[in-house]
Ligand binder design. Structure first.
Ligand code: MOS
Length: 762
């Protein structure tokens, strides 16, 4: 079948632009900072009831009995949903593996056992507290490596394997590759389990009316939630409307429907009234979300001239007790695709454990992989006495090593090489390499660098509608969520650029399955690159119609008309002075009284590898008395093609690197190994970085490598800036102290333990 997108004519790449490329404050900034923005969590409907889960207080147990009687006595109690009522009802991951909504055999601490519903949130909380659950404890397993040794694992990554079989990627023959090596390096790295910590928790408000559901959901993807929810409710998608206009952060944890989504929707029908189900902060730490921990053993062979000959990785990560979510620890991509190497083998093990099931978290897999790969690259460069910047450039591939395809970049240009060169210059890398801290000072300075690669080309489907009203203002309808990256603003800029509608006159109506056209969720750093081109096409469709009317009014050929600042303008030419007409007059005076344009995302170019590259340079100060690391400077450089909004671009770099430094220095979910219970399930004991932790010198820049694979020339940026931070910091710590820390986070204790190893007894 021929797709409509096949026929879309190619648009000229942006040349001179006035709105696109201009630093533009977010169109919703004032509403957000003044609290006017209505998030799904803020929705209050008349006669709304409140649902709450009763969660397991054991790590693995069989439920012997449940006594709901005390809960029923709570004033305002309305209903209870027991696991038997939802038997067989489960969420599904990308590869179709299930996660039960409620369970009679909880397999991790905090797993949802039943749900209660009451008139108020307080009553629901009290009812949940009063439910008496009797457990019979069963053995639990928390250690991923022990589970792998016991055969309790499945393959991680994008291929589903049987239990007991790892996922394997292979090219060439690593034995040959290692035979060619002059030096072989091997080390095991560990990354910690972390949580997204979105400011808005997971939440849904569902209203069942006239046989249809309307669901306000804090989500990255309204259409994905609609599809999953319709399946769970056994309803056609037309009976489910999902609205997710604003979302207070997601970072990968709000890509699909949640248990709360289903329970609110289910109870709403059952009680015939709206039901709200919002997780509290503790629940955010025990429900099935988070980045899984990883243990990666990496082995790399190099020739004496510094060419990599073989890469081998054994990657273990902890999936929960179900296979559900095994794909989100896929640390095998980066070692396979970053550097040129003929012989590569990765084995990925998703260990079944009694930990909360993981999900995607900003740069899933890559953020873990970079900590290992980019430290080992640094180690090799140091051992071979080659500058780590030069070492990386020397080992860059001329094509994407995994697909064998050329990069979508001009011949001979590699995005990572350009980022490395620009970053080194901004950071003054060569100069700083020669600045050593005085030997007597207990505060040691060090510098480090690390690189990243990410797939962020975007793709169809994405459809957009742009409507110009008789007053010259516009409504832009896009399905995509703005997950905090500023895509609504960038879309408005793209529409304004073509049509001349002023930014302040564009309203973006987004993420509502009833009002807006279909898109994928906002994930994988693809939102701008997927939907942005469709916005431009819709805007061009509008402009063409405006031009046809304006040509008559302005007595000039369509091609001569410029649209800018709310006007259609005929520029001054020989004998004719400049003449203009407002868009309001044009549209208001048109026969249809409004102009509508549709745009659809074109296909990506065949046979090109769409990669977004980036690099970070850091300098640290390590106090060798306390083990405290101070991040003094960070320089981030990214290539994501055309920059639509430089302010938005920078904010992603600042935000990503800040999340990266949290991963590097503080963040770790701690579970008691004996009981399996979480020990820091709150924002007081689980530390996320604040502005006070950001480096004083924090510089960011973009490289705009020309890319004409979509109508706006942009690739994604949301995820790349978190990827290299932890490795760059660890490399700087090595430079400062001479010790390699192979485990995240880099806590003062780990630094001190590495600096002053305890010697074996006398
Ligand atoms: Mo993401 S972690 O693909 O939202």
């Amino acid at each position: 079948m021929k797709k409509r997108s096949d026929a879309a004519p190619k648009l000229q790449p942006y040349a001179v632009t006035t709105v696109v490329g201009k630093p533009t404050p977010r169109i919703d900034a004032y509403d957000k900072v003044t609290g006017r923005t209505v998030y799904p969590t803020d929705i209050r409907l008349p006669n709304m009831a409140h649902a709450r889960f009763v969660r397991s207080s054991r790590t693995h147990a069989r439920i012997v009995s449940v006594d709901v009687t005390p809960a029923e006595a709570v004033p305002g109690f309305l209903a209870v949903v027991l696991p038997a009522e939802l038997a067989g009802c489960s969420l599904k991951d990308v590869l179709g593996r299930g996660l039960p909504i409620l369970t009679e055999e909880p397999k991790y601490f905090g797993e949802e056992i039943l749900a209660v519903c009451a008139e108020t949130e307080d009553a629901a909380r009290e009812a949940a507290r009063r439910v008496r659950v009797e457990y019979e404890d069963l053995p639990h397993a928390m250690d991923p490596e022990q589970q792998v040794a016991a055969g309790q694992f499945t393959g991680g990554g994008w291929t589903r394997t049987e239990i007991g079989k790892p996922a394997v990627y292979q090219r060439g023959d690593v034995r040959k590759g290692f035979a060619q090596a002059a030096r072989i390096f091997e080390r095991t790295y560990r990354t910690a389990p972390t949580v997204h910590c979105s400011i808005e928790p997971h939440a849904a408000v569902a209203s069942w009316e006239d046989g249809r559901w309307t669901v306000w959901e804090s989500t990255q993807g309204v259409f994905a939630v609609r599809e999953e929810l319709a399946k769970l409710l056994d309803a056609p998608v037309r009976h489910v409307r999902v609205i997710g206009t604003h979302v207070g952060g997601g970072f990968g944890s709000k890509v699909a429907a949640g248990k709360y989504t289903f329970v609110a929707s289910y109870l709403s029908k059952k009680l015939n009234r709206p039901v709200r189900c919002v997780q509290d902060r503790t629940e955010e730490f025990v429900s099935p979300y988070g980045r899984p921990p990883s243990i990666q053993t990496l082995k790399i062979g190099v020739r004496s001239d510094g060419k990599i000959t073989a890469i081998e990785q054994k990657g273990v990560h902890a999936v929960g007790p179900y296979e559900f979510g095994s794909e989100w620890g896929n640390a095998e991509d980066m070692p396979a695709e970053t550097y040129a190497c003929e012989h590569v083998r990765t084995e990925t093990y998703a260990a079944l454990t009694n930990r909360p099931p993981p999900c995607a978290m900003r740069a899933p897999g890559h953020a873990q992989a970079a900590f290992a790969l980019e430290q080992m690259i640094d180690e090799i460069a140091a051992e071979l006495r080659i500058d780590p910047v030069k070492f990386r450039i020397k080992n860059l591939p001329s094509r994407d090593p995994v697909s064998g395809l050329p990069y979508a970049a001009p011949a001979g240009v590699h995005g990572l090489a350009e980022c490395l060169k620009k970053g080194a210059e901004m950071f003054q890398w060569s100069k700083k390499q020669n600045e050593k801290s005085p030997v007597e000072s207990p505060v040691k300075r060090g510098i480090g660098v690390a690189a990243t690669v990410w797939t962020g080309g975007g793709s169809p489907p994405a459809s957009v509608v742009l409507r110009i009203h008789p007053d010259g203002a516009a409504d832009l309808y896009v399905g995509a969520a703005d997950i905090g990256t500023g895509t609504r603003t960038a879309f408005a800029q793209i529409a304004s650029e073509e049509t001349g509608v002023r930014m302040e006159d564009i309203r973006v109506i987004n993420a509502d399955t009833q009002l807006t056209s279909y898109t994928q969720p906002s994930y994988g750093s693809l939102t701008l690159a997927s939907t942005g081109p469709a916005v431009r096409r819709a805007a061009v469709a509008v402009r063409d119609q405006l031009a046809a009317i304006a040509a008559e009014v302005l007595e000039t050929p369509e091609a001569q008309i410029v649209f800018s600042n709310g006007l259609a303008i005929r520029p001054a030419a020989r004998k004719k002075p400049e003449k203009s007409v407002s868009l309001a007059e044009l549209v208001g005076g048109s026969p249809s009284r409004e102009i509508v344009g549709n745009g659809e995302r074109e296909r990506n170019p065949d046979a090109k590898a769409l990669k977004a590259h980036g690099v970070q340079f850091v300098s640290v100060e390590v106090d060798v008395r306390t083990g405290v690391i101070r991040l003094a400077e960070l320089v981030a450089v990214n290539d994501s093609g055309k920059v639509i909004n430089p302010l938005g671009f920078k904010s992603q770099q600042f935000g990503g690197a800040t999340m990266g430094l949290g991963m590097a220095l503080f963040e770790e979910r701690v579970f008691d190994q004996d009981t399996g219970k979480p020990l820091n399930a709150n924002l007081s004991d689980y530390k996320v970085p604040t502005i006070m932790d950001q480096p004083e010198a924090f510089q960011v820049a973009s490289i705009e490598i020309p890319y004409d694979g979509n109508a706006i020339g942009a690739k994604g940026l949301g995820e790349p800036p978190i990827i290299p931070t932890a490795a760059a910091i660890a490399n700087a710590v090595f430079d400062a102290t001479g010790v390699r820390i192979d485990r995240l986070p880099l806590t003062p204790k780990r630094i001190l333990d590495a600096l002053y190893p305890v010697k074996a007894g006398p």
